[in-house]
Design a protein around this ligand. Structure first.
Ligand code: URA
Length: 213
C-alpha cells in the first residue's frame, strides 16, 4: 500500500471507529435513561426493560409494539413465540438477524400482554425516535398496527395511514435530514402464532424488504 493510501485507510478506520463509539455511547445513554424511567406506569411491574438489539449501522430497523413475557425476562426483543416467527420470516427473506436492528415502541412489558396505551406510547416513543436518529436506517419495517401508525404519523404520513390489512407490504417514502427513508408496514409476527396459515402472507410481505436492502 502506498504511504498516502495507507494514511487515508488509517484515517477512515479512525473515523469509523469514532462513529462506532459515538453510536454506542448514544445508545447507552438511551439505555441508562430507560433504566431510570421510574415515572413510567410500567416500571412497577418491570423485570427487565427491552431497549433493542442488533447493529447500530443496520440499513433496516424493525419496530414492534412492546416486550412480552420472555422479552421482559431476558431483556431481548422478539425472543419468544413471535420472535421464532420473526426469525423464520427473516430467514425466508435472506436477512441475517445480527445484521439488523430490532426494537419496540414501548420498552417495558404491559401487564398481561395488553396493548400499549396511548400515554405509554407517548412516554417511550422519544427513545425510539432517538434510536432511529442514531442508526439512520434506509428502511423502517413496522411490525403490527401500533408501530405502523406511530411511525407513519411521526414521519409525516398521517394522511396515508390505512388499515394494516391494506398497508402491509407497501412501500411509503419519507424524507429525513439524512435522506429518503422507506417505511414498510408488516403484520405483527404474532399473527402467525395464532393462525399458522398467515405465515405464507407474511413471507410474501417480507420479500419486499429483500429488494430494498
Ligand atoms: N411482541 C412485540 O411487539 N415485541 C417483542 O419484542 C415481542 C413480542
Amino acid at each position: 500500500m502506498e504511504r498516502e493510501e495507507k494514511e487515508r485507510y488509517i484515517l477512515d478506520m479512525e473515523i469509523s471507529d469514532r462513529e462506532k463509539q459515538e453510536r454506542y455511547e448514544a445508545m447507552k445513554k438511551i439505555r441508562d435513561e430507560v433504566i431510570n424511567l421510574k415515572e413510567s406506569p410500567l416500571y412497577i411491574s418491570r423485570v427487565k426493560p427491552v431497549i433493542g438489539e442488533g447493529s447500530h449501522f443496520s440499513k433496516i430497523i424493525f419496530i414492534g409494539e412492546a416486550p412480552g413475557k420472555n422479552e421482559a425476562e431476558t431483556g431481548r426483543p422478539f425472543c419468544g413465540a413471535a420472535g421464532k416467527v420473526l426469525d423464520e420470516l427473516l430467514e425466508s427473506a435472506g436477512i441475517k438477524r445480527d445484521e439488523i436492528y430490532i426494537t419496540n415502541i414501548v420498552k417495558d412489558r404491559p401487564p398481561n400482554n395488553r396493548d400499549p396505551l396511548p400515554e405509554e406510547i407517548k412516554l417511550y416513543a422519544p427513545f425510539l425516535d432517538r434510536q432511529v436518529e442514531i442508526i439512520r436506517p434506509e428502511v423502517i419495517a413496522t411490525l403490527g398496527r401500533y408501530s405502523m401508525v406511530y411511525i407513519m404519523e411521526r414521519y409525516g404520513l398521517s394522511e396515508m395511514v390505512e388499515p394494516i390489512s391494506k398497508a402491509r407490504g407497501k412501500i411509503y417514502e419519507t424524507s429525513m435530514p439524512y435522506g429518503i427513508v422507506k417505511i414498510v408496514p408488516l403484520y405483527h409476527p404474532a399473527v402467525a402464532v395464532y393462525n399458522r396459515t398467515m405465515i405464507k402472507i407474511l413471507k410474501e410481505d417480507f420479500k419486499v424488504l429483500r429488494e430494498l436492502i
